[in-house]
Write a protein that binds this ligand. Structure first.
Ligand code: SDX
Length: 428
């Protein structure tokens, strides 16, 4: 049997052979299917890309039915257990776990790019006192493109590497500065003797002490959370990064667009929405009434469901374990019992079982962030910090993929047929 699809066009009786490769057919192969020679030929119609592979990628593998997630072939469970975020970021970007000297060099460069140009402080001072930190992150990352004109040299591996260092390094400083701006606190500068997660906690929570000392359990928990959020194949924000990057714009502008996509409540903004939802439910007694509202289509159960996972999100399982580690230090988050009971009820309720809706990465992460004293509007920012390395890995892979060119989907035109202009005086 050949690896081809035989397509009979019943409008003409013609039969077409279309090759099958990697369980896909090339959409452009359908263009030869026409009724008359001057037809454009067939296209596929796939709103939200429910069944369209936009690229080949060697970075992340997900099996949604089995709840499997692997970065460059390494199971997420093992990376969460044994790796660090910076090591995982290296793995995503360069395809292999680093040697000790590669890791030292990588860590050195990222550590020594955490400082922001002082003008950025003035830029951030322009935001209102209650600006959402995600809006500040998006704007400030885009503004960085004006500080590094060499970022436009996207074809130069060394220039790309330098921007990769800068973005992974500076995203925690931007996040920390944003938080300090809205709390009216003086900006806490990077302390390069600290780990990546420790340095971020320092820039968030340092008070008057000479040097901030992160709590090791919270520092480790945050590092694991960054690992879990690092990449997730062609999700909404990553496909935005690829699409914007395909115009060959600099990576700061592309990453600002990716962060903007992540900000949405259906994507990375869901972790903030979960806490709002659990707070609104308020008690275990109120869960049945809330579930009824979900079943009536009135509200969504935030933190549940996934386009790919039709099983438990493996990251949610790990996050539940990290939560125990954090609650040891901070005390249990009172919303935890509502979340656990909500999960128990939902997983036994036909509405959710039928639609294969399980907790996703956002269902429990907010409980940890809240217990660690992060304000709710910082939650999507924490997601963006982890995802920065994944966005950059996918961006670089897209640039080096000879199959890729500027992203420009087609459409089905459903508008008015051609018509002539009507002068104002003659309009009804
Ligand atoms: C992330 O893509 C990624 O990889 C994303 C991410 C990553 O790491 O990058 O994993 C991170 O974004 C996780 C998802 C966070 N979002 C939320 O938790 C928001 C709540 N979830 C939903 O909005 C929804 O599940 C999505 C957006 C996550 C997925 O939506 P899909 O795949 O488009 O599914 P759908 O909306 O077509 O839903 C199918 C059915 C519908 O019901 P019917 O029309 O068949 O009656 O399931 C229902 C939906 O109404 N449904 C939900 C639901 N999610 C889907 N009903 C109630 N609550 C929900 N959460």
């Amino acid at each position: 049997m050949a690896d081809t699809l035989s397509i009979t066009d019943n409008r003409t009786g013609k039969v077409y052979e279309v090759p099958i490769k990697d369980d896909t057919i090339r959409a452009t192969d359908l263009r030869k299917i026409k009724v008359t020679d001057d037809d454009f030929g067939l296209m596929t119609y796939d709103p939200a890309f429910m069944n369209t592979a936009a690229c080949r990628s060697a970075i992340t593998f997900i099996d949604g039915d089995k709840g499997i997630l692997e970065y460059r072939g390494y199971p997420i469970e093992q990376l969460a257990e044994h790796s660090t975020y910076l090591e995982t970021a290296y793995l995503l970007l360069y395809g292999e776990l680093p040697t000790q000297s590669e890791l030292d060099t990588w860590t050195f460069h990222i550590t020594h790019h955490t400082i922001l140009h002082e003008n950025i402080k003035n830029l951030m001072d322009g935001f209102r006192y209650n600006a959402h930190p995600m809006g500040m992150l998006i704007s400030t990352v885009a503004a960085l493109s004006t500080f590094y004109p060499d970022a436009k040299e996207i074809g130069n591996p060394e220039a790309r590497r330098k921007q990769i260092y800068r973005l992974i390094a500076k995203v925690i400083t931007i996040a920390g500065f944003g938080y300090r701006h809205i709390t009216g606190m003086p900006f806490a500068y990077p302390d390069n003797d600290l780990s990546y997660a420790g340095n971020f906690l320092n820039m968030m929570f340092k008070m008057t002490e000479v040097r901030y000392k992160p709590n090791p359990a919270l520092e480790h928990a945050l590092d694991v959370l960054f690992i879990l959020h690092a990449d997730h194949e062609q999700n909404c924000s990553t496909s935005a990064m690829r699409s914007i990057g395909s115009s060959h714009v600099d990576p700061y502008s592309a990453l600002a667009g990716a962060a903007a996509a992540l900000y949405g409540p259906l994507h990375g903004g869901a972790n903030e929405e979960v806490i709002k939802m659990l707070t609104e439910i308020g008690s275990i007694q109120n869960i049945p009434a809330f579930i009824k509202r979900v079943q009536d289509g009135e509200v969504k159960l935030m933190g549940f469901g996934h386009r790919v996972y039709k099983n438990y999100d493996p990251r949610a399982k790990i996050i539940k374990r990290v939560a125990d580690e954090v609650f040891e230090v901070t005390g249990k988050n009172p919303l935890l019992k509502i979340a656990l009971e909500l999960e128990r009820i939902a997983l036994s309720d036909d509405y959710f079982v039928k639609r294969k809706l399980y907790p996703n990465v956002d269902f429990y992460s907010g409980l940890i962030y809240q217990a660690m004293k992060f304000p709710m509007d910082m939650f999507p920012v924490l997601f963006a910090i982890g995802r920065t390395s994944g966005w950059l890995a996918q961006w670089q892979e897209m640039l080096l993929d000879t199959d890729q060119k500027i992203s420009r989907p087609r459409q089905i035109y459903s508008g008015a047929a051609r018509r002539d202009y009507v002068n104002l005086a003659e309009r009804p």
